[in-house]
Design a protein around this ligand. Structure first.
Ligand code: ADP
Ligand code: MG
Length: 358
């Protein structure tokens, strides 16, 4: 079932088009992540859903009701922001109960809901404390609890973990995922962190320049990125790109020829047998070795970096442009050493030359 819909939604701030004709269905119970670089329009999209910004054009529906002119307080939406401002002078209990207090709910209901939510988030022992007596992770949980206290239609979260240190962020990420799954709350979550998007999301919407570039499962986004932007934005470090020319039976780049596997042939046919394509290969799909093997191409090491669990090998073919392979930490090589490079079968992505390069 569709919980909320955006239909041809546009938001302009004077000349700046923050959101550009976006259409999107948000399904009941899903964890939808909006992933994109800073300034791509993610926060504006959330604020439009919440009713905190006026639409320039388009329609927003929540549970089939047109909400374009419905003020935020009537949308039954809960939001958690990056700066999860708790009221410093209030106890955890008072912070949690606040959304019910301003709605003048009876005392008994407040006590019961706070107890339920606190237990759920394992913060029951903290109810008498003030925010400054809490750790970052505990504060984050209280902020989450405050959003959960009303049984809202829709949960909107804007980079809620970005103020936490790296270790806590990974922990909270896992907790958020479990919590969302067990509560079944429909959640729209904004981040610029691809790891958060990949781990939390049922579906990821990749946003750039106010446009959704691709909307798919994390695995689809990773294995079948539809364009160079999506391919470059997910997966770290970035994909390697080569311009390829299609000649009989193979694709030739400045550095190597690649046999036309069935899936590439299919892509070429989809593109109408174009002559030029852009090839993308992830660093983990490039293999390096010290000896010549079948289908390997000669290259030279630029630098080799031992990262612990893996080695990054920056290399070049004949030109000056460097490419990157991620390989096993057993591999080590010196600067300028000769190596052999090969590509894992069926791991080459084919993009439109016309739209991506020309
Ligand atoms: P993100 O959350 O992806 O970083 P935002 O939605 O905050 O992006 O911003 C998208 C674009 O809209 C940016 O160019 C930003 O400068 C602009 N913008 C956002 N809010 C306002 C505002 N209140 N007034 C003017 N421009 C804004
Ligand atoms: Mg933002």
């Amino acid at each position: 079932a569709v919980k909320a819909s955006l239909k041809n939604v546009t938001k302009k701030f004077d000349e700046v088009v923050a959101v550009n004709n976006v259409s999107l269905d948000i399904y009941e119970g899903e964890f939808l992540v909006l992933l994109g670089p800073s300034g791509s329009g993610k926060t504006t999209l959330l604020r439009l859903l919440a009713g905190l910004e006026q639409l320039t054009a388009g329609d927003i529906y929540i549970e089939e009701t047109l909400v374009n002119d419905l003020p935020p307080r009537h949308r039954n939406i809960a939001m958690v922001f990056q700066s999860y401002a708790l009221y410093p002078h209030m106890t955890v209990y008072e912070n949690l109960a606040y959304p019910l207090k301003i709605r003048k709910r009876p005392e008994a209901e407040k006590r019961q809901r706070v107890a339920e939510v606190a237990e759920r988030l394992e913060i029951s022992e903290l109810l008498k404390r003030k925010p400054k007596q809490l750790s970052g992770g505990q504060r984050q949980r209280v902020a989450l609890g405050r959003a959960m206290i009303r049984q809202a239609n829709l949960f909107l979260m804007d980079e809620p973990l970005s103020n936490l240190d790296a270790k806590l962020r990974v922990q909270m990420r896992a907790e958020l995922r479990r919590l969302q799954k067990s509560l079944g709350t429909t959640t729209v979550y904004v981040t610029h962190d691809q790891a958060e998007a990949m781990t939390l999301a049922d579906r990821v919407a990749i946003v750039n320049n106010g446009v959704i570039q691709q909307l798919a499962s994390p695995a689809d986004i990773y294995f079948h990125p539809i364009n160079r932007f999506v391919a470059g934005f997910v997966g770290s470090p970035q994909m390697n790109f080569f311009i390829g020319t299609y000649t009989q039976g193979q694709i030739t780049t400045d550095h190597f020829a690649y046999p036309l596997l069935a899936d590439i042939t299919q892509k070429l046919e989809e593109h109408g047998k174009v002559e030029k394509v852009l090839l993308g290969i992830r660093p983990e799909d490039i293999e390096v070795g010290k000896t010549q093997t079948e289908g390997a191409y000669p290259a030279k090491v630029y630098v080799s970096e031992l990262m612990g669990a893996e080695t990054f090998v920056f290399f070049h073919f004949s030109g000056t442009e460097t490419f990157l392979s991620r390989t096993s930490p057993d591999f080590s090589a010196n600067m300028d050493e000769d190596i052999w490079v090969s590509f894992k079968d069926k791991k080459i992505h084919v993009f439109d030359y016309e739209t991506e390069v020309a």
